[in-house]
Design a protein around this ligand. Structure first.
Ligand code: SF4
Length: 873
């Protein structure tokens, strides 16, 4: 059978197929890429549970399996080509790569070499092929071998999934694969009703090839999801439709890449706060390399966990980088700066490293090994000296064996066991490598470095954190994905689609007339269309300016979507300022206006001679809405000036997103909730269950590596909570009291608020309490009630027809068992009530003077606060 349509259509049909296969039958998948293997496994396992007797191959994997031959990797292939180019004195780094691509193209499309006009190109290709002879095989050779070789590999079901480019060589391979299974299924991510399909003959040929191979007509997707419908219309010259709405798609324009990634981070945080997981989100960037600095900087700032294989190579870790730098000392003329770079106690086995570091720092400029010998190393029995000497003594051209010895000698001077092991693996690999020995009996140091670098550029798999992270992908590796949210960045003209590919070595007419730029354009278009899949929320963004300020145009895909959809391009805006500096920039105009030329006054304040009285802070121009909440009034009680900015002008502190621990506010909310429930039911089991359920909800937003610490902290809090309740229940019993009000809202004409808890005794006396969940100790209860906890006085007024005997604060999280701080003196309570009324009166009369307090050092208005200028009255 042969299915053709969007990935969601293909996956649904695949699921139905697998469900109907008898358990235990062998299923073999051949898929487009390694990444697609992951997506498919993830999708099938999620929907079916475990997968048994199922194997996944890419096209080259299956050819390796059938031929039992390991192909040359790209580096080795290019290294062979390099040899023949060097014989012609051509030492251009990019030329071997060009030959590699050309060879792949002519072999995949089975273009006779005779078609190539250039004798030079033909000669290099012939030399390359002759050198390989029957000993080495490139990927295309391995496919060819797989086609020719008789195999006993059999499978009950062969499923070809997601492969939409089938050059002649691959067609022959597929025909061969027909013999390994009775049941062949093809799932092709092409839609015949799409622009790319209708404009490109190549896709029609692929479609027809599969139909012929399966000997059956394709089952095609008929009804399209809104995203697929949108994708189908791109590049389709059919204007007989009306633009329509598609709420899944947003088009965004950022000023520059930095702003684009900052907006991305901001949106990701919003999605997480709405209950999504990081693993539901993917970021697609056509040229990831150029975005790595922004991703690193901004995602780290927001503490967004992400995985980028380009950032997880050995060379991306400082100590591995330094190890590689050792071998570059010669190229860097043993410069002082470069030697300082490798001076690391984890790297080199050396005593007194700090002293040596300082001594080197004080040296004049050094630019050769001889100068090091002359000015620095009196003592030759020093590992740093030995390393420098080993590198210096190395000749410019020698055999591989000598390079292996160099690696061994350096390894002996290295301190870290991990680095030693890494070097030993390289040594073992090189010792078994016949190709390099055969290619270059004498190897230049430069080429040795290139070989060495390939090991350092490998993915540092042991260090890969497999966790709930954002995936950052290129467009090809995003095909067939399972993400719910996709951010496609840098959709600028020239970046994606990117069709720039110069035909250096052969022209289109020599290569079977393949219009290569058009071929790339159509492949990338179908690639993009496949990402616009069912139910996905897609953000497509481009930048108006490059990082150097140069103007940039959007990709034609953006223009097409504007044509197809009723959609406006949104200018990227970030609502919340993110740093104090951002804050001041954003609110400067407010700050100036609200204090009638604050700027001017601020200047005068700075001039020192301007003392103020409270009267100067009477701002008659403001409107205050009553009743005012008890929490907001506590800000006024602490500092009226702060209240003016924060509550009336709504200029709040910047909320720093902390993904390392549960925020104190969230913790407080959880504790209040579980305590309310507990005192209603007195059910200990329920208390524990509810507490950890609520904690679980918050913990999932944290960075995975911090989760165990957050659990530990939650356990400590819960232990303290239990101790508090034990103590409290005992106290209630002894004092014959009962909680009668739990988290109840009240309102008068002046105030509103929710009382945490009121107890009542047998004599109808009332006791009002607030829960404090932080760890700090209450030092002065009266001072606290006059400021931060003034709500207790407000609550007392809420219950003014009752006999309130005591107000107090329960410090739940107090590890010393100091749980209650209270005031029960009747005259003191009266005095405090008058204090509350006088404060309320001040607020009604619109006084907003600064009042210095313990929290000034954390206050965002501190830099312009005139508190020091307020005259004592
Ligand atoms: S710095 Fe202190 S006195 Fe000034 S506004 Fe902030 S809290 Fe009030």
């Amino acid at each position: 059978m042969f299915f053709s349509g969007s990935y969601s259509f293909l996956k649904e049909n695949l699921l139905n197929l697998i469900k109907n296969i008898e358990v235990g039958k062998k299923i073999t998948f051949i898929v487009h890429s390694n990444q697609m293997k992951l997506y498919l496994k993830e999708y099938l396992v999620k929907n079916l549970g475990i997968l048994v007797n199922t194997e996944f191959y890419t096209l080259i994997d299956i050819s390796k399996r059938l031929s039992e031959i390991e192909p040359l990797n790209d580096f080795d292939k290019e290294f062979i080509i390099k040899k023949f180019l060097l014989e012609k004195n051509l030492d251009l780094d990019s030329l071997p790569e060009e030959f590699n691509l050309l060879l792949q193209q002519i072999k995949e499309y089975q273009i006779p070499i005779i078609n190539i006009k250039s004798d030079f190109v033909k000669e290099i290709i012939n030399k390359y092929e002759n050198f390989k002879d029957k000993k080495y095989f490139d990927r295309e050779d391995v496919h060819q071998k797989a086609i020719e070789k008789n195999t006993d590999f059999k499978t009950d079901y062969l499923i070809i999934f997601g492969i939409k480019s089938v050059p002649k060589l691959h067609q022959r391979l597929f025909l061969k694969l027909k013999s390994i299974s009775q049941n062949i299924f093809v799932f092709l991510p092409l839609i015949r009703n799409s622009g790319y399909f209708q404009n490109y003959q190549h896709f029609k040929e692929v479609f027809n090839f599969y139909e012929d191979m399966i000997e059956n007509q394709a089952i095609e997707e008929k009804s399209y999801d809104i995203n697929t419908k949108t994708a189908n219309l791109i590049y389709k010259f059919d204007y007989d439709f009306k633009p329509f709405e598609n709420e899944n798609i947003r088009l965004l324009k950022a000023e520059n890449p930095y702003q684009e990634v900052e907006f991305l981070a901001y949106e990701i945080i919003n999605l997480i706060e709405k209950g999504n997981d990081f693993k539901d989100i993917a970021v697609i960037i056509p040229q990831i390399e150029s975005y790595i600095p922004y991703i690193k900087d901004i995602f780290n700032k927001y503490k967004i966990p992400y995985y980028l294989s380009e950032e997880n190579r050995y060379i991306d870790y400082p100590v591995f980088r330094k190890l590689f730098d050792i071998f570059q000392l010669k190229q860097e003329n043993f410069s002082k700066d470069f030697v300082l770079k490798i001076l690391d106690s984890n790297l080199i086995n050396i005593e007194d490293i700090d002293k040596i570091y300082k001594e080197i720092l004080n040296l004049p400029v050094i630019i050769s090994f001889e100068e090091w010998e002359e000015y620095f190393f009196k003592e030759k029995d020093n590992n740093l000296y030995k390393i420098l000497k080993l590198i210096n003594d190395f000749t410019e051209e020698t055999d591989l064996e000598s390079y292996i010895n160099l690696l061994k000698n350096i390894s002996n001077l290295i301190k870290s066991e991990e680095l030693k092991q890494f070097l030993n693996e390289i040594i073992e690999n090189l010792e078994n490598n016949q190709l390099y020995k055969e290619l270059f009996p004498k190897l230049r140091y430069k080429d040795f470095l290139a070989i060495l670098k390939t090991f350092f550029m490998q993915e540092y798999k042991e260090n890969k954190i497999r966790a709930n992270t954002i995936s950052i992908l290129n467009p090809i590796s995003a095909e067939g994905n399972n993400f719910k949210y996709i951010f496609f960045l840098n959709l600028n003209s020239g970046n994606f689609p990117s069709t720039i590919r110069e035909e250096i070595l052969a022209t289109a007419s020599e290569l079977n007339n393949i219009d290569y730029p058009f071929h790339l354009l159509m492949q990338q278009l179908s690639n993009f269309a496949s990402i616009l899949d069912k139910n996905k929320k897609i953000y497509l963004s481009y930048v108006g300016n490059g990082i150097n300020g140069e103007k940039k145009a959007p990709s034609f895909i953006i223009e097409e979507l504007k044509r197809i959809l009723n959609i406006e391009i949104e200018d990227v805006k970030i609502d919340k300022p993110l740093s104090k500096k951002d804050f001041y920039i954003k609110y400067a105009k407010y700050l100036i206006n609200l204090d009638n030329n604050l700027k001017e006054k601020y200047q005068k304040i700075k001039e020192k001679d301007l003392e103020k009285t409270k009267q100067d802070f009477k701002y008659d121009f403001v409107n205050i809405q009553f009743p005012i909440s008890a929490t907001k009034f506590s800000i006024y009680a602490t500092c009226p000036y702060k209240f003016f900015f924060e509550v009336l002008m709504e200029i709040s502190d910047i909320e720093q997103i902390d993904r390392e621990k549960i925020s104190p506010v969230d913790k407080g909310i959880i504790i209040h909730k579980v305590l309310e429930n507990f005192y209603k039911n007195k059910d200990w089991e329920e208390l524990e269950k509810q507490f950890f359920k609520e904690i679980e909800e918050k913990i999932k937003f944290l960075i995975p590596s911090y989760i165990p610490f957050a659990y530990e902290d939650a356990k400590i809090t819960f232990d303290n909570l239990k101790k508090f309740i034990d103590w409290d229940l005992k106290r209630l019993k002894e004092e014959q009291k009962e909680p009668i009000i739990l988290e109840e809202a009240y309102e008068t004409k002046d105030f509103k608020g929710k009382i945490d808890r009121v107890d009542k005794d047998n004599n109808e006396n009332y006791y009002i309490y607030d829960y404090k969940t932080g760890k700090t100790k209450i030092k002065d209860i009266e001072e606290n009630i006059k400021t931060k906890y003034i709500q207790l006085l407000i609550y007392k007024r809420f219950l003014k027809d009752k006999k309130v005997k005591e107000i107090g604060i329960f410090s739940i999280n107090n590890k010393n068992g100091d749980f209650l701080a209270k005031i029960d003196d009747e005259s003191k309570l009266k005095e405090l009530d008058s204090y509350l009324l006088s404060l309320l009166d001040q607020l009604k009369n619109k006084y907003f003077y600064p009042q210095e307090n313990d929290y000034c050092k954390y206050c965002i208005f501190e830099t312009f606060c005139p508190k020091d200028k307020l005259k004592e009255e």
